[in-house]
Write a protein that binds this ligand. Structure first.
Ligand code: ARG
Length: 253
């Protein structure tokens, strides 16, 4: 009995030591892991099976604030609702900061600049956004690409996932997919016979930001301080290179 008590006490002491010294809890993130190179599922990711630029950033932000990190997978459309419900603390999902979204949630400072581009077949005659007028256009539901095409007034079909829209294109069922630049580059390198067409005049630059429920200024400040640091010391730029090069290497094999 006495020995058991000693063991129990020793075990408890070990557990205390093993716990992060300054841990203030867990920073609960949600994402939609269908957006490489920012978030995708893999056998061994940086957070459980979640991997990508955003996942590495989320982990670094938590570590920088002496917190644990957790990641949850949701439909892109459900992310902001989960934030408003208090189901999670933060969204990191290659999410573009828009005025409309800012009405629902707060955004931390931008950490990445992107733009919408058009993915087309290599022999396509589309050279600018206006050329989409009489073409069959695919977008992803709820993405800023859908908002852009909608504002241009062109009819389109919306898919749940980028891969589904790209399959439509590969199978010749549509002429163009409008999606974010880095994700487009990944799809083009993964599929034969596709290319990217840019139109900087039609598609404005977009900035990605981490979203937080309104009324949590302290959390926004903490995350901003970390992001500022990682932007200044080049960590985020290095991650972007790492995740796009890893891709190129894998394709070269
Ligand atoms: N940047 C685009 C947007 O904010 C697409 C983001 C998609 N992200 C994702 N994790 N599925 O609408």
């Amino acid at each position: 009995m006495k020995l058991a008590k000693v063991i129990a006490a020793a075990t408890a002491a070990t557990m205390l030591l093993a716990a992060p010294v300054m841990a203030e809890g867990t920073l609960k993130f949600a994402t939609n892991p269908e957006f490489p190179p920012f978030e995708f599922i893999t056998a061994e990711g940086v957070i459980d099976t979640y991997d990508g630029i955003d996942m590495a950033i989320a982990k670094m932000i938590a570590e920088d604030n002496d917190m644990e990190v957790s990641m949850e997978s949701l439909e892109f459309d459900s992310l902001l609702v989960a934030l408003q419900n208090g189901q999670v603390d933060a969204i990191i999902a290659g999410m573009t900061i828009t005025d409309e979204r800012k009405e629902a949630v707060d955004f931390c400072i931008p950490y990445y600049t992107a733009t919408q581009v058009m993915i087309v077949k290599e022999d396509s005659d589309i050279t600018c956004a206006a050329d989409m007028a009489d073409k069959k256009i695919c977008v992803i539901q709820g993405y800023t690409g859908e908002i852009c095409v909608n504002e241009m007034g062109y009819p389109y079909e919306a898919f749940k996932k980028g891969t589904e829209a790209v399959m439509e294109l590969v199978n010749g069922k549509c002429d163009v997919v409008v999606i974010d630049s880095a994700t487009a580059a990944k799809y083009v390198s993964d599929n034969e016979g596709l290319k990217i067409v840019e139109d900087a005049e039609a598609f404005e630059a977009e900035e990605y930001g981490i979203a937080i429920a309104k009324g949590h200024e302290d959390l926004v400040e903490k995350i901003n301080a970390s992001i500022e640091k990682f932007l200044e010391d080049g960590t985020i730029a290095a991650l972007a290179v790492e995740y796009t090069e890893a891709e190129a290497d894998a394709d070269a094999e």
